[in-house]
Design a protein around this ligand. Structure first.
Ligand code: FES
Ligand code: FES
Length: 151
């Protein structure tokens, strides 16, 4: 099977039903996407496919061929952190950090669709991506900072 991940083509020999998350982590050595619940409920495993935040733990690898897949490792360009990544640093968002892959990629998708979201729109857009350390206030601030930086 051929996957296009962060601009690079990879050929992998795996069962078609294997979750995309397992292939990214185990076969391609990408540690950005995390295994949280494995049930599509927490968002730790998020990747971006066709401009949407996708839960890679419940997506079979066979449905992920011939599409551009972006992981956290692919967010920076030419050595420059993405505005979301820089805002996350500036606001010191992570606590344990486990959920933050999903938070940052979900924030990127949100800002790509709505470059200047209100607090309510940020809460709505981020609400399915869970943080057991309750970093939601800093996430909200970082999304706003990233929006300003992009503007
Ligand atoms: S690990 Fe995929 S949604 Fe929780
Ligand atoms: S920072 Fe610990 S789960 Fe979100």
């Amino acid at each position: 099977m051929t996957l296009l991940v962060n601009g690079q083509r990879h050929t992998v020999d795996v069962e078609p039903t294997t979750p995309l998350l397992y292939v990214l982590r185990n076969d391609l050595d990408l540690s950005g996407p995390r295994f949280g619940c494995g049930l599509g409920q927490c968002g730790a495993c998020t990747v971006i496919i066709r401009g949407e935040a996708v839960r890679s733990c419940v997506r079979p690898v066979s449905q992920s061929q011939n599409v551009e897949i972006t992981t956290l490792e692919g967010l920076a360009t030419n050595g420059q952190l993405h505005a979301v990544q820089q805002a996350w640093i500036d606001e010191q968002v992570p606590a344990c950090g486990f959920c933050q892959n999903g938070q940052m990629l979900t924030a990127k998708v949100l800002l790509d669709k709505n470059p200047n979201p209100t607090d309510a729109q940020i809460r709505e857009g981020m609400k399915g991506t869970l943080c057991r350390c309750f970093s939601y206030y800093r996430i909200n601030a970082a999304v706003k900072r990233a929006a300003q930086r992009r503007a």
